[in-house]
Design a protein around this ligand. Structure first.
Ligand code: IPM
Ligand code: MN
Length: 337
């Protein structure tokens, strides 16, 4: 029986995560759920943004649903973003961010891409210094981390019957780091092609990739890229599924997965019971798919969300979408599960 570690975190995480958990409990009867703490509230209570027992619980379950965390606006001694700590401590090396058109909320109906973002190194290596008016950040790209993110992109292509992998990099300016990234991904792809896997590939410089994200997003299928580039491109891509409020994601490691809506803790609306739970529910579906390997059940959840939005379009209720409470939206989705 699957086990789930639930980490609502801060702000609207406390509202959307329980909604997503109740969807999971309906489609996976008997699901075992363990609650754990992380985030700014956790830091204020315990002096650390992620409790050691939270890490243990996630490892034990192999699957976690994370909500959102607030961060202090000024640097606070000893505080480090909970999500970065979780990604690093659990070696969650791949951040999978699918962006698909959703009825009524997407500006277009033909978008279906998956961004595969390296999640442990690049400019997120945490190597910053400031000395005598000179600040530097070290951008780390290793062959080992690139090999595994490339393998992840290829297995997503294979398992989801995708056709094309686009490598996004900036090797014209960063020939050593991004040259290593590009060449290593190429090597992995070529190996799989030799073994008979059919796929198209292309390579796009980051700046052009950003333009294409605006001008021809339907051309993207699977994108594989480094940490910060993936961070930026995936926010831009989220526009096509209806904005950050609707974008799901999952962080994958070996034997451990942590799903999280891409949106933040939204302090402006937190506590009001009006946060849209769709991104959290779609993130839960990713967990069902990637962590528990139950694609049919994942599709059941995704279809329920799509049918709900489509019914709002049909009945002219789209305009009132933002007036729905978290629970009303949840009920609408559960009706269609
Ligand atoms: C994301 C977020 C995080 C990141 C922040 C909150 C540290 O923007 O998940 O994309 O930069 O990775
Ligand atoms: Mn981001």
């Amino acid at each position: 029986m699957p086990k789930l570690c639930v980490i609502p975190g801060d702000g609207i995480g406390l509202e959307v995560v329980p909604a997503a958990v109740s969807v999971l409990e309906l489609v996976i009867p008997g699901l075992e759920v363990i609650q754990a703490q992380a985030g700014w509230g956790c830091f204020q209570r315990n002096g650390v943004s992620v409790l050691p027992e939270t890490l243990t619980a996630i490892r034990e379950c192999g699957a976690a649903l994370f909500g959102a965390v607030s961060s202090p606006s000024k640097k606070v001694e000893g505080y480090r973003s909970a999500i970065l700590t979780l990604r690093q401590s659990l070696d969650l090396y791949a951040n999978i961010r699918p962006v698909r058109s959703l009825p009524g909320v997407s500006p277009r109906s033909d978008i279906d891409m998956i961004i595969v973002r390296e999640n442990t190194e690049g400019l997120y290596a945490g190597l910053e210094t400031l000395e005598n008016g000179r600040a530097t950040a070290t951008r780390v790209i290793t062959r080992a981390a690139t090999l595994r993110i490339a393998e992840q992109a290829v297995s997503i292509l294979r398992n989801l019957h995708r056709k094309k992998i686009s490598i996004v990099h900036k090797a014209n300016v960063l020939p050593l780091t991004d040259g290593l990234f590009r060449d290593t991904v190429r090597e992995v792809i070529a190996q799989h092609q030799r073994e008979g896997l059919q796929m198209e590939t292309d390579e796009i410089l980051l700046d052009l990739a950003a333009l294409k994200m605006l001008s021809a997003p339907e051309k993207y299928d699977v994108i594989v890229t480094t940490n910060l580039f993936g961070d930026i491109l995936s926010d831009a891509a989220a526009y096509w599924c209806g904005g950050m409020g609707l974008a799901p994601s999952i962080n994958l490691g070996d034997g451990v997965a942590l799903a999280e809506p891409v949106h933040g803790s939204a302090p402006d609306i937190a506590g009001k019971g009006i946060a849209n739970p769709i991104a959290a529910i779609l993130s839960a579906a990713l967990l069902v798919h990637y962590a528990w390997n139950l694609p049919d059940i994942a599709h059941q959840i995704e279809n329920a969300v799509e049918k709900t939005l489509a019914s709002f379009v049909e009945t002219g209720k789209m305009a009132s979408l933002n007036q729905l409470s978290t629970n009303q939206m949840l009920e609408e989705i559960i009706l269609r599960l």
